[in-house]
Ligand binder design. Sequence first.
Ligand code: LLP
Length: 463
Amino acid sequence: MSRSAHPAGPRHADVLTEGHYSAPAADLNVLDEKVWSRTVTRDADGALTVGGITVARLAEEFGTPAYFLDESDFRARCRAWSEAFGPDADVFYAGKAFLSRAVVRWLKEEGLNLDVCSGGELTTALDAGMPAERIAFHGNNKTVAEIERAVEAGIGRIVLDSFQEIVRVAHIAQRHGVRQRVQIRVTVGVEAHTHEFIATAHEDQKFGIALADGQAAEAVRRALSLDGLDLIGVHSHIGSQIFDMAGFEVSARRVVQLLAEIRDEHGVELPEIDLGGGLGIAYTSEDDPREPHEIAKALSDIVTRECESAKLRTPRISVEPGRAIVGPTAFTLYEVGTIKPLEGLRTYVSVDGGMSDNIRTALYDAEYSVALVSRTSDAEPMLVRVVGKHCESGDIVVKDAFLPADLAPGDLIAVPATGAYCRAMASNYNHALRPPVVAVRDGEARVIVRRETEEDLLRLDVG
Ligand code: LLP
């Protein structure tokens, strides 16, 4: 790897006045443990290690770009969530954040349940041995074939998302001679404080059935009247990357009110409520996520209080964290390529991946951190924009960050907190090959999703 000196480009002092950047960390070599997975540290030579293995060794063995997933951190987070919620609640990991057969096995071993939202996720879950009764099936447009497969497999619950789906699932279940356990997803009318594309509880969007105009109550009436359905509860998911618990509290309150109305109208106390996922994680030092035990306490307090005042039995609560479990457990490792200082602006640092392995910056204006990880450096900080190698100027991985001014082609840099919605949303844009996911644990690294090859691309292209 080349370590040649490189003209540093503009220094942060030149540009800080022009933008809204946070000041660089006092020492860029110090890794903020908030954004890195738990076993990440620097070794005596200054190289980042995860699970006891240095990034130089990982890059040599697995290449770059690649995602490295800290398996013991993943398992610890699973346990933290299930211990925080305790035996009277259920934690469903949201597979859309990142799913593979290894992940399914870890979830199974750690006692978590799994939320899937497509036939592909369902197949992965079943293939890796997740018991069907521990799976929940989501989606605003599940196909008949997907519903059939879920019902045949004996899936634990289907979350109904529309009036048409209520009838569809009831018919399919009846045809199979079963009563399918279902929940109804309601939109509670909360404006979640997050990016518009990942907010889901306001009324003008495609998910769920609105509470406000009595639609949800009507959906419950229909579901209760159909023989093929066993209505076990109500579901609400208000959005993603949310830090403020207020939205969850309003949602919990409205869902409990609906349970009380159902009791009053039908004489039935539904036994469960699902409050969805969406808990935020730290992508940068400025993010302050809540710990699972604080979230569990806030949610169960509000549900208990509301149930007491409505004289309802407290329902079993379930939650569906995806990002909060897998997000912090992985980082993406890139090799630095072209470095382009733009005088008076910033320095563009190109890496060997980009929007094909992390679309979140382009799509949601997401913020990420970045660090030089193959070595430490005493050079002063320079303001950079980390960009990919795609033919698109929006191909930005990290919009504004500081890296040492002696950064050079061949250095390894890593973007932390890329475990959720990065490999899961990766694409082949420009015929990029999707990077592997490598699980690292106790000094051992193994590929759990292999790197795509050019043969893979050609195999799909049947001429
Ligand atoms: N439950 C339901 C019903 C959901 O729709 C979702 C996410 C989750 C749970 C898990 O949410 P989490 O805890 O992971 O935030 N691609 C976007 C996020 C889309 C989330 C869609 N649904 C992103 O990269 O931010």
